[in-house]
Design a binder for this molecule. Sequence first.
Ligand SMILES: C[S@@+](CC[C@H](N)C(=O)[O-])C[C@H]1O[C@@H](n2cnc3c(N)ncnc32)[C@H](O)[C@@H]1O
Length: 379
Amino acid sequence: MNEFTVRLTTSFGLESILKKEANRLGYAPVKTEDGSVFVKGGYEDILRLDLSLRTANRVLIQVAEGKASSFDELYDLVYSIDWKEHLPKDAAFSVEKITSVSSALFSRSDCQAIIKKAAVEKLKKQYAAGAISETGPYYPLIARIKNDVCSIYLNASGEPLNKRGYRLNKLKAPISETLAAGIVLLSGYTGKREFADIMCGSGTIAIEAAMIASDMAPGLNRRFSVDDWHVVDTNRSKEIRERARDMIHRPDYRILASDIDRNAVRTSISNAKRCGTDSFIAFQKADMRDFRSRAKFGTIVTNPPYGERLSDRREAEELYKDLRNVFDSLTGWQMSIITANPEFQRCFGKKADRNRKLYNGNMLTYLYSYNENTGEKYG
Ligand SMILES: C[S@@+](CC[C@H](N)C(=O)[O-])C[C@H]1O[C@@H](n2cnc3c(N)ncnc32)[C@H](O)[C@@H]1O
């Protein structure tokens, strides 16, 4: 069976969580870089990774890596790839994404054209064909050039993995699904205590928490480009998905999604329905200031408004003060807050026990995590 170097991409700051996820699935990471974790595996492993990883953005198969400081070197590198090993005679393909950092080659359109030309020429030679029809399955390619070294990948995910298929309805400032899963996992939540997102917006954080608590694989509602390639036997692929479905169970503890805005609650419910987690979550229209719980232990993970416009800023900062009162009233609960507002800790009135830099798309945000409130008074 073919074994590849597989690059798992993620948002900056989530590498350690992605590494743990890969490990739990039985893949020992061979290398970690900013925004990426590398493992080894064959096509079946790639399908499992696509299906199961909560914090990966893409699963990429590395097909070549080598020096490319000129167009000729880039052409030779791509031509040296055994394309027949990966692509059928009628494969359709294009270079969907190309990045260049600290390298002589920086013109993306030129690099894209050269990669495509070299791959077509090699395929023609390998299949002894006059032309490549490109009428068959689609193979998205990704190239990264860094310090004059170029890596070429087949994108085995297709659409990025944050597109789980459940969030058709978005509200203002939603958090990406993979980042939501990442912050829930970074909070230490495993499903073994109560959970609440008390400013849930379109419900992403609570839905990801419900998937974690119920052992629901995040990719069950979608397909991946590796499916279109027919490299995993159809019965085997069905079996892998059925096994993942069999793992799903009702969470043992309550999960709450609430928001002051009725429309947000409605949106959360319809998103959760699409995902299949609606019966695992209690939804409420409520002001977070009124949140109370009798549970001895619990976790709040939430993404409050950050006051993007100056006029909203004061209101957002008042909200952070009120959030502190909620935290103080909940003995045994821990809280993690993700926000782009740099004044959060000052307004909340307490330095976080852990503070992580994370990116929501291109926006720099911070995750402030507070350990269990012991009920003692502190400043
Ligand atoms: C940044 S959005 C949350 C986005 C969400 N994480 C998502 O992925 O869609 C902030 C949410 O806080 C809610 N909110 C603001 N003040 C609130 C309050 N006092 N109580 C409850 N929810 C509140 C807003 O209605 C809004 O939906």
